[in-house]
Each structure stands twice: as structure tokens, then as C-alpha cells.
Design a protein around this ligand. Structure first.
Ligand SMILES: Nc1ncnc2c1ncn2[C@@H]1O[C@H](COP(=O)(O)OP(=O)(O)OP(=O)(O)O)[C@@H](O)[C@H]1O
Ligand SMILES: [Mg+2]
Length: 651
């Protein structure tokens, strides 16, 4: 040792080489960061996995493989083929919890960010991470995990074994009060030789999952309620009718250990491909409409499959079928463009041939950064966005076609002072209407930043206040934010700061879009309703005509001449002509006036066809033969009055 200067962690790791020597260090973090992690800001196991997947995405991985060890869930592995971490990066990360390299000048030096733009990955993806705590969200799943990482060209692989000790930290916090640096745990790092010099990537191994995590993933509480053991029946009794999940991973008898007691019920076969498996999961859920009017994920899936579903909504991945912007005329939907005017209305989009909404509207989502290959497999199932556009089930709804409203907006915020503005904002969006949203959990709006989202569907549509109960329940919307809104994302990435200018703007835009959708949908269903009425009217006309004709035949005998056409005319000329030809004819206004008796009441639309049929019957029996025309009109008018008289008429 030539100088008295203490060695850095990175130097100590390098010096140890692949001797197997373990370098030990203390994990330190500041009070606020620790509080956030131990507070459990990441509420669900899915949240922690989402953070690890986001890190792999930021590291330019093209594939992430997750193994959760179902149905035991004793340990988990998350492996990616991203850039890996150099010794310096690894050392930095372990010593700077809460101090992300992403979006910093130093990030470029350590190859964590692009050299030209600190908010992009070296491979050009828009970085999801920015705080530097996502990795430690695993604390919620386990206190013990390993990070195994290797960069391309290196002949060694580093292993960091981390044991978190939040209890120690909390105790220290209570004792030492004001101190900001706290021991959060210990880490031991060593290197092993690697022969696969070209390979690169990171593997996170979650060693012993916490008992609560395992119980949750095994859906133990639900099974205990459904299949109580004789002794446990009493205490596990639940007042609510818990239903057995249709699809589940099965379970073990955890008391006798490892003997299968509940065989899995999965929508796929083990021989199916990873994408087939996921598609079958989505179709399996959608098919529940056959027996359940409003399928919800919670009823249909166990906690494990629900974790898969939740993750699939959160990732920058592809849709099971196609992106809604790639739909075309053949998809059987009607398309509309959302206006950005405060008082504007949506306009219908006529898609010709193979043209997609995307080209017609000039939409770019998924943008370039989302287009790079990024596959996530969990236990052999490839995660895709579980949204489909088309009916889950043949519907009896009067509207036979679903509606897709699309829009984009890049508002000019230059009038807002820079310190409040939070940079530029631009986004694209769609509102998808279908008589039934399956599963129910997809009813609402989901906001995506860089393709990723932790927020799931917000069924209030960002606080939409107008009562559109049924219509709103039939709506799924996604907003793809290309620029802005980042500052409004809360630290857990699962909610937004409502006060931010960008959030406020987007919610106003969304509410305008919903108003346009509601107006258009009302218009369409109103038109369908009047068409339906007209059709029913025609059917009634035909029936009345047939009834009157058979009366004519009865009265006049089978060989009689054909029945005359009874005409209700609007002008004298027409009526006189008919009468000259020997057929009964009536002036519409005279008859209807007699039916109303001058009270100006609205006459039903079927009155006229009924009176025409009656006139034909009267004609068949010769009632009009010696009656003056004016009298004939009065007679028909009086009959009309009797037909339309109601109890509430007031006379
Ligand atoms: N899978 C991975 N591949 C390569 N580097 C990784 C990986 N996971 C984590 N890192 C490195 O560890 C750092 C810390 O990750 P962590 O998720 O805690 O913070 P972050 O991604 O920078 O920010 P955020 O807290 O917003 O996610 C990252 O900045 C990155 O340098
Ligand atoms: Mg991260």
C-alpha cells in the first residue's frame, strides 16, 4: 500500500479478483429514503417486480425472465440480458441508495445513460428510473437478495449478497434522532471467473421470501376460507361468499410439506408457447361472460395470476392482438377523431382499405423507444398488454359496432411561467366504447409514461363529474404521454400529483373527450332507436293491411275484386282524384282534427295506419256507399278519437 488514502469499494472489489474473498460493506442511506422504503410505498409484490423489470428496460435488455417458483414461492429470480453493471457502477449503486445515476452527468461516465442525453439509456430508450430506490423495493418481498451482474467483455461476474436490516435502522433512527446517514444493511461482494466473456446482464435472486409474501402469492387466505380444515373451519369462517377462482396455480399442503393437495387450474397447456399461454389467459377471462355478467379479475383469478395480469398492464410491451392505433376498417369498429377545441365535437373517421387509424390521424404510439424488442417472461408466460378491441361476447345491444375515439394533443403552455409549467406536454389517447368492458377492472383510464404504468385503470376518469353512469362503465381509455407529466408521478409510480399543471391539463382534455364521446354515442343510439321504431311501424302497417284485406275477403267473398287502396291525402287534388276513381279517400287534416277534437294533442304514429285499415273494413261492408264525403271523414275522425282516448285526457 503506497498511500494512506483509503481504497474505494470498487478498488477493493477489483483487488480481491476472483480469489473468492468477500468484500464486506455497510449499506447506508439517508433517513428520508429509508423511511420511504420501509413504509412500504410499494404495496404489492407486483410493484417490486415492476421496478426490477423497469431497471432491466433502462439497461437496454431485450428480454427479462422471471421465475417465481410456483406454487411454493420460496424464492424468485429476475434475469435480464441488459448491459449489466461495471464494478464502479455496482459500488456506486450500493453506496448511493436514493441517488440515481440516471439523468445525471455521472450516469454517462458509468455507461448508465446515453453519452449525449442523460434521460436516455445508452441504447436510446427513455429512462423510467430517476430516484435510485426501485431496486430496494424488493425489501417488501425479502430482506435477503443477491445481485449477480456482468458487463460485456468482462472475464468475471460479480455477486453482491445483500441483507437488509430495517429493524436495526429503525432502532438507530429512534436512538439517534437527527442523524441522516443510517446503516440499512450489509453487503458482501465477490467475483467469480466467467468463460462466457461476451455475455452480459443482471440477475436478481430474492432468497427467502417473507412469510406474508408467500402466503399472498399462494392465495392462502382465500383457500383457507374455501376449504377450511376441520379445526380451522371456525376461525376461518368468512361472512362474504368467497368464490373459488376459475383459474389458479394450485397449492401444496403446507402443513405436511410439498405434497400436492390442490391441482392447478390453468387456462393453458404446459406445451403452449409463452405467447399462446398469455393469450389463453386473456381469452379465458373474457370467456367468463358466458356465466358471469360482469367478470372481475378478483373472482376469476388467484393472486398469482392476478400478479401476472397486473404486471402485463404495467409494462412497455405489445398488445395481445394489436395496438388500437393499428386497427383498420376490417376490425368492425367505428372510428372518431377527438377535437382539441374546448367546445368541439368528435368527427367520424372514414378508414379506406387497409388504412389504419394511426396513419389517418398521424399517431406515433408506440413511439420509437417502445418499439425496440422488450420481452418479459414470467414462469414461461410472455406478458403482453391484455386489452382486446372487439366484443367479448355476442351482444344484443342495439349498437352492433364498438366505437374508438382517438386524439392527440401537444398544448402550447408558453403562457404559463416556466417554473410552474414543468416543460412541454404532448400525448396521444384513445377512448374505447363497448357495451361491456371485460374484465370490469379495465373500466377507466390508464395513463402511460414511456409505455410503462403503475397506476392501473382509474374508474373515475380523473374525477369526471358529469353523471354518465352507464356510458362511463362501458369505457376503457389509455393516455400515452410522450413528453411531460414526469414531475407529477409520485415516488411509487402508482399515482400522480393532481395539482401538477400537466395532470390538470390532461384531465381537462380527457373530460372534453368524454363529453364528445357521450354526445356522439347519444346521437348514434338515438338514430338507431328511431330506425328501430320505423321498422316496427312498417311491420304494424303490414299486419293491419293484411287484417283489413282478410276482412274484405270475408265480406265480399273469395272472387271479389281486389280491395281498393285507402288514401289519406294532404291536398284536395289528390283526394278528389282518388274519389273520382271510386276509391275511398280522406283529407288527412280533416280526419286528424276530428280525432283530436281541437285539443291539439299529439296523435300516435300508428293512428293513421289503424284508421286506414278500419276504413277498408267499413268499405268492405258498404258503410260508405251512401255517405257524403264530409260525413265519411267525420266518422273516421270520431273512431280515431275513440282509439286515442286515454284515462288522463281530462274530459
Ligand atoms: N437490471 C439492471 N441492469 C443494470 N443496472 C441496473 C439494474 N438494476 C439496477 N441497476 C443499476 O442500479 C441503479 C439503482 O436502481 P434503482 O431502481 O434503485 O434506481 P433507478 O432505476 O436509478 O431509479 P428509480 O428508483 O426511479 O427506479 C440503477 O440506476 C442502475 O444503475
Ligand atoms: Mg429503477
Amino acid at each position: 500500500m503506497d498511500s494512506g488514502k483509503p481504497k474505494t469499494l470498487a478498488e477493493r472489489i477489483r483487488d480481491a479478483g476472483t480469489s473468492g474473498a468477500k468484500i464486506e460493506d455497510v449499506l447506508q442511506t439517508d433517513q428520508r429514503v429509508l423511511a420511504r422504503i420501509t413504509d412500504g410505498i410499494y404495496r404489492q409484490p407486483a410493484s417490486a417486480l415492476r421496478e426490477l423489470i423497469a431497471n432491466a428496460y433502462d439497461a437496454d435488455a431485450s428480454q427479462v425472465v422471471i421465475e417465481t417458483d410456483p406454487p411454493r414461492f420460496d424464492r424468485m429470480i429476475i434475469r435480464d440480458d441488459g448491459s449489466g453493471m461495471s464494478v464502479e457502477t455496482l459500488a456506486y449503486v450500493l453506496q448511493h441508495i436514493g441517488g440515481s445515476l440516471k439523468r445525471t452527468a455521472q450516469g454517462a461516465k458509468l455507461d448508465v445513460t446515453s453519452s449525449s442525453n442523460a434521460s436516455l439509456s445508452p441504447g436510446g430508450r427513455k429512462l423510467i428510473g430517476k430516484i435510485g430506490i426501485g431496486l430496494f423495493s424488493v425489501a417488501q418481498l425479502t430482506p435477503h437478495f443477491q445481485v449477480i451482474t456482468k458487463t460485456k467483455g468482462e472475464k468475471t461476474r460479480r455477486i453482491a449478497d445483500i441483507i437488509l436490516a430495517p429493524e436495526d435502522a429503525e432502532r438507530a433512527l429512534a436512538e439517534r434522532g437527527g442523524d441522516t446517514e443510517l446503516k440499512t444493511g450489509t453487503v458482501r461482494i465477490w467475483s467469480v471467473p466467467a468463460t462466457d466473456v461476451e455475455s452480459h446482464g443482471t440477475e436478481i435472486v430474492l432468497m427467502d421470501l417473507r412469510p406474508q409474501t408467500k402466503e399472498l402469492l399462494r392465495s392462502q387466505a382465500r383457500w383457507a376460507a374455501l376449504r377450511p380444515s376441520p379445526e380451522g373451519a371456525q376461525e376461518n369462517w368468512m361472512p362474504t361468499a368467497t368464490v373459488e377462482p376459475v383459474f389458479h396455480i394450485g397449492g401444496l399442503d403446507y402443513s405436511t410439506k410439498r405434497t400436492i393437495s390442490l391441482p392447478a387450474s390453468l387456462p393453458w397447456k404446459s406445451s403452449d408457447s409463452p405467447t399462446q399461454k398469455f393469450k389463453k389467459l386473456v381469452d379465458g377471462v373474457r370467456a367468463q361472460t358466458a356465466t358471469n355478467p360482469n367478470p372481475e379479475l378478483e373472482q376469476v383469478l388467484d393472486n398469482y395470476l392476478r400478479l401476472i395480469w397486473t404486471l402485463s398492464l404495467a409494462l412497455p410491451s405489445r398488445y395481445v392482438d394489436q395496438h388500437p392505433f393499428d386497427l383498420d376498417a376490417k376490425s368492425g369498429l367505428d372510428f372518431f377523431a377527438i377535437s382539441n377545441d374546448a367546445k368541439g365535437q368528435a368527427s367520424e373517421l372514414a378508414l379506406q382499405g387497409n388504412a389504419q387509424v394511426r396513419s389517418l390521424m398521424g399517431l406515433s404510439s408506440p413511439a420509437d423507444f417502445e418499439d425496440t424488442e422488450f420481452k418479459v417472461l414470467i414462469d414461461g408466460v410472455q406478458l403482453l398488454r391484455p386489452l382486446k378491441f372487439g366484443r367479448a361476447k355476442e351482444s344484443t345491444h342495439a349498437m352492433s359496432r364498438d366505437l374508438l375515439f382517438v386524439g392527440k394533443c401537444a398544448p402550447d403552455l408558453s403562457k404559463i411561467p416556466e417554473e410552474y409549467r414543468g416543460g412541454n406536454l404532448s400525448f396521444e389517447a384513445y377512448l374505447y366504447w363497448s357495451p361491456k368492458i371485460v374484465p370490469k377492472d379495465h373500466n377507466g383510464v390508464l395513463v402511460r409514461l414511456k409505455g410503462a404504468s403503475g397506476t392501473l385503470f382509474d374508474p373515475t376518469f380523473m374525477g369526471y363529474q358529469v353523471s354518465e353512469q352507464t356510458r362511463l362503465k362501458q369505457l376503457t381509455a389509455e393516455i400515452f404521454v410522450h413528453e411531460g407529466l414526469e414531475g407529477a408521478l409520485n415516488i411509487d409510480r402508482e399515482s400522480f400529483n393532481y395539482a401538477s399543471i400537466h395532470y390538470q391539463f390532461i384531465s381537462r382534455w380527457l373530460h372534453g373527450a368524454i363529453r364528445q364521446f357521450a354526445n356522439r354515442q347519444k346521437l348514434i343510439s338515438g338514430k338507431l332507436l328511431s330506425e328501430k321504431k320505423e321498422k316496427i311501424g312498417q311491420q304494424l302497417d303490414e299486419k293491419l293491411q293484411r287484417a283489413a284485406e282478410s276482412a274484405w275477403e270475408d265480406a265480399r267473398g273469395e272472387n271479389a275484386e281486389a280491395p281498393p287502396e285507402i288514401v289519406f291525402g294532404d291536398d284536395d287534388k289528390q283526394v278528389l282524384e282518388r274519389r273520382a276513381a271510386g276509391a275511398p279517400a280522406f283529407t288527412r287534416s280533416a280526419v286528424l282534427k276530428a280525432s283530436q277534437k281541437g285539443k291539439g294533442k299529439k296523435l300516435p304514429a300508428d293512428l293513421e295506419p289503424r284508421l286506414r285499415a278500419i276504413a277498408l273494413v267499413l268499405q268492405a261492408y258498404g258503410v260508405f256507399d251512401n255517405m257524403q264525403y264530409a260525413m265519411q271523414e267525420k266518422l273516421i275522425g270520431e273512431i280515431g278519437r275513440i282509439i286515442t282516448t286515454e284515462a288522463s285526457d281530462g274530459d
